[in-house]
Design a protein around this ligand. Sequence first.
Ligand SMILES: Nc1ncnc2c1ncn2[C@@H]1O[C@H](COP(=O)(O)OP(=O)(O)OP(=O)(O)O)[C@@H](O)[C@H]1O
Length: 306
Amino acid sequence: MSTSSDVAIDVEDLRMRYGATDVLKGVTFRAHRGEVLVMLGPNGAGKSTTLEILEGFRLRSSGRVEVLGSDPADADELWRARIGVVLQSWRDHGRWRVGELLDYLGSFYVPFGTAEHRRPWDVGGLMELVGLTDQAGSKISSLSGGQRRRMDVAIGIVGKPEVLFLDEPTAGFDPDARREFHDLVHRLADLDGTTILVTTHDLDEAEKLADRIVILGGGRIIADGSPDDLARTMPSDSEVRWSVDGSRSVHSTAQSARFVHDLFAQYGDRVVDLEVRRATLEDTYMSLVHDNASIDAARTVEAVTR
Ligand SMILES: Nc1ncnc2c1ncn2[C@@H]1O[C@H](COP(=O)(O)OP(=O)(O)OP(=O)(O)O)[C@@H](O)[C@H]1O
């Protein structure tokens, strides 16, 4: 059973209107302490808007929002010190050197440290953690795109945040850097109990990182569950592939276990290279987002023609 103290992010009926356009039409979700929550959704769905509201950078139109028990719209400096933010892009501090800037930014967190929760990160340890030790003395303007993004992450976590917001953090990462970053996210969540809300367009990344996934579509949360839960929500068929006597076959079925059983009953050891592919998160995502877009389009037509 979850208690309110387990809940790090609590959003209920969040609405956001830009001019005459409703971008968020009643968004409700929660994140528990130490949970990695991945938010998915097509371009323009309102993911960054949601994050900016939760970070206290943007005022919402209506709804209830609590992060670490406070409303971000009027939270104090102590609250801000407990929050870490990695925006989609930072382009500043070019003349600073990596180690110096982290040391300087970290110094702002010293008054907010406690015996149980020391702040900030030790700069050497932090650079090692994000893979920037070799760049400690480099100017930020000289970093590669991927190194710059690691620096963004280092800046986001220098104050040892309890809640961390990451807006498309791995854009521009090579596969190695991406994998290291995933390890870092798991480490922060599992060892330090950091609650992490990540947006990404990379469904493979979402599957690797998420304890839970929420999908934003048409201004609402259209799915909320673990990657496995979401894959199971699709009543789609599995794909069975196999070869018999050098001939390759494919069959779609909702009852893959029965089909495979029958296959072996018929061909025995002659069945080789057997593969059963269940619906993936990508299949689920595509289907949910497209279904939702059709429903939304139908609603719009209905409203216009009424
Ligand atoms: N300051 C603003 N004024 C007016 N409209 C805005 C503003 N910021 C965002 N929007 C609009 O709100 C919608 C949601 O934008 P948002 O950036 O939150 O989406 P997103 O899901 O993060 O998209 P992406 O995946 O492309 O980053 C878009 O249609 C965008 O044009």
